[in-house]
Design a protein around this ligand. Sequence first.
Ligand code: AMP
Ligand code: ZN
Length: 468
Amino acid sequence: MKFYNTLTKKKEEFVPLVPGKVSMYVCGPTVYNLIHIGNARPMIVFDTARRYMEHRGYEVNYVSNFTDVDDKIIAKANEEGISAQEVASRYIEECKKDMADMNVRPATTHPLATREIPGMIEMISALIEKGYAYDVEGTVYFRTRKFKEYGKLSHKNLDDLRGGNRSLLVTGEEQKEDPLDFVLWKPKKEGEPYWESPWSQGRPGWHIECSVMAKKYLGEEIDIHAGGEDLVFPHHENEIAQSECCNGKPFARYWLHNAFLNIDNKKMSKSLGNFFTVRDIKEKYDLQVLRFFMLSAHYRSPLNFSAELMEASKNALERIVNAVDNLKFLQENAGTKEMTGEEQKALEEVKAFETKFDEAMDDDLNTADAISVIFELVKFANTRVSGENSAAFIKAVREEILKLGDILGLILEKKEEVLEADIEKMIEERQAARKAKDFARADEIRARLLDMGIELLDTREGVKWKRV
Ligand code: AMP
Ligand code: ZN
């Protein structure tokens, strides 16, 4: 299995620190709004990496944070007259719903920055003690030049940085020893959330959050650190500086970065206003289509979003889903005869598709080629499987397609239609449970219906439902 490592600028064979185990940290979103489909790209791409490594037998400890304290969150809270914490927890919940709809599995741990402040104070104190950080009137800065390897990830030269970085000096940061120094801790402004620290009542800088959460949940040295390519500099460069100076060890061995999702060849971003939220897309498409669209390109290639490509993805995905559904029909109607020798042989061909799929994924997660292999398998199914085959053979072909889909996180089975009669029946059951004061059961039915895309509304006239 090879990954392109931003640190070495090479595709490298993946060798984990502990055989059979992978520790992986993916920088998560800042939660002040619904996520847009640009944010969804790293989620889908690295969830797929995780699934593939699990398919190859690794046990993956996957950590992805939520940045739940930040200027933008505070601004939103002030706008709405609620606390920053309320804003953050609302959008964390919304983000988790979007992840579930995109079939992005929850991380092993989703740490929240605001719950890890003691760890941050500890790391900042250690950096000050070692001479890598200094406090000026309550603001703590990292002494960038003291870390001789600074720039090794983004392949930037310190002096070039210095020449072009007057803009790095933000107002209020004039007290820095060097313009390259960055903030580890900053004092609160009026009305902002804050924590006590040895330096001031304030809050951590963004970079220190990830260094601390990675260390706490994965250890001082980790296998893979990932995120979008805009994070290479300064975020990941600064994480390396903090972690390596504090721990005295190399931080992450493989640095993986996805390219941007663009629109009209410009990065999709909140600040440019050229974005679609995942929720916008859900109004028109099953989010499996979005996932398919993302994986149809290699993760290190820029991907341009367009209505045409989404339609093409929808049609392509439908072709696979229909083939699987057809196999299901054939399987259900096949007799009970044994698998023939010829079928046994044909199954070897089917297995060869999996080998080819693995080869594509081994080559720095080439999902585009992996999807092509699924299409080859679909073609095999459409041309070589018929009602004449044994149920066991048909099942094996169908399960192979489902298996490869699942590695990419694509659900290829047709969703069962939910019938109105079934919904009414479940609503009756829920009403009966409520009458009997079995509220746990009532809530369970409500949640099950929600999973099926049915939302219940308790109104004065009784229970109503709608598809969501
Ligand atoms: P943010 O909430 O801006 O910190 O972003 C969360 C994650 O989404 C980071 O890994 C970003 O690199 C990534 N990201 C943001 N915008 C895009 C985009 N247009 N294309 C790909 N990744 C993005
Ligand atoms: Zn981070």
